[in-house]
Design a protein around this ligand. Structure first.
Ligand SMILES: [Zn+2]
Length: 255
């Protein structure tokens, strides 16, 4: 049995990096860590794999990482860059011949049902659609042999699900951490934190703010994620304070 881990499937902002329609210097493109797919991670537990968000790059991300199984899905929120790959979950429904549990807030469940109505319609023989089965987000989830402590942070006016497993916390898409959540972030070994771009953003922590929050939380190592093309991996990372790093696609964090 492998050691449980969190695998960064996508470290990019909603556009992905490189962004369509933009030219980049060759040295930027030459660094693979500057190729950022849409924000997502995989929790690999002793009892299986949990996909956290299913954005438009989901299929490519799982192929790239050689992930053959996804037994359940957690949706943090329903912005397009976090759910538009859900249709491809049907491959796993077919593989296991059963619906895939999707952990999502009631608001997220309503959005997903509206956007993918056919995944919830009565099944028709021979028609291959994703079968999704909603599960409630409880403060503590026991999934795939992992204990996942969940909490909601503010993503502009939208709540976004964040979580902690052992000494690792994952906060994609956050512009404010409610005071009540801070105790859940004490004593972290690793924090994955939104830092979308250099300029302030109404719905995300930007670089300076993320550094401030990272210092306040005080994890041993903080990885900044949901990154735009403001970040040129080696150039930016050379300027970062001790304990702060940039996430990249394929980063593996032991749980
Ligand atoms: Zn978002």
């Amino acid at each position: 049995m492998h050691q449980p881990y969190l695998l960064i499937l996508g470290s990019g902002t909603s556009n992905g990096v490189p962004t369509l329609g933009k030219a980049y210097p060759p040295d930027f493109l030459a660094d693979q860590r500057n190729h950022r797919t849409r924000s997502s991670c995989l929790l690999a537990g002793p009892g299986g794999n949990i996909l956290v968000d299913a954005g438009p790059d989901m299929r490519h991300q799982l192929l790239r990482e050689g992930i053959l199984d996804v037994e359940s899905v957690i949706i943090t929120h329903t912005h397009a860059d976090h759910i538009m790959g859900l249709d491809d979950i049907r491959a796993f429904c077919l593989k296991y011949q059963k619906p895939i549990p999707v952990y999502a807030s009631p608001e997220s469940q309503a959005d997903i049902e509206r956007i993918f109505p056919y995944a919830f319609a009565e099944s028709r023989p021979g028609i291959w659609v994703p079968r999704l089965e909603f599960r409630e987000i409880r403060p503590q989830l026991a999934v795939a042999g992992l204990t996942i402590h969940t909490f909601f942070v503010d993503h502009g006016s939208l709540p976004c699900l964040a979580f902690r497993v052992n000494d690792v916390a994952y906060l994609t898409d956050v512009s404010h951490i409610p005071e009540g959540v801070m105790p859940a972030l004490r004593g972290l070994k690793t924090l994955v934190l939104d830092a979308v771009r250099f300029r302030p953003h109404p719905n995300h922590f930007h670089f300076e703010k993320a550094l401030e929050v990272a210092e306040e939380i005080g994890a041993e190592t903080t990885y900044l994620t949901h990154l735009s093309d403001d970040y040129h991996h080696p150039v930016t990372e050379a300027t970062l304070p001790k304990g702060i790093k940039l996430a990249f696609d394929g980063l593996n964090i032991q749980l």
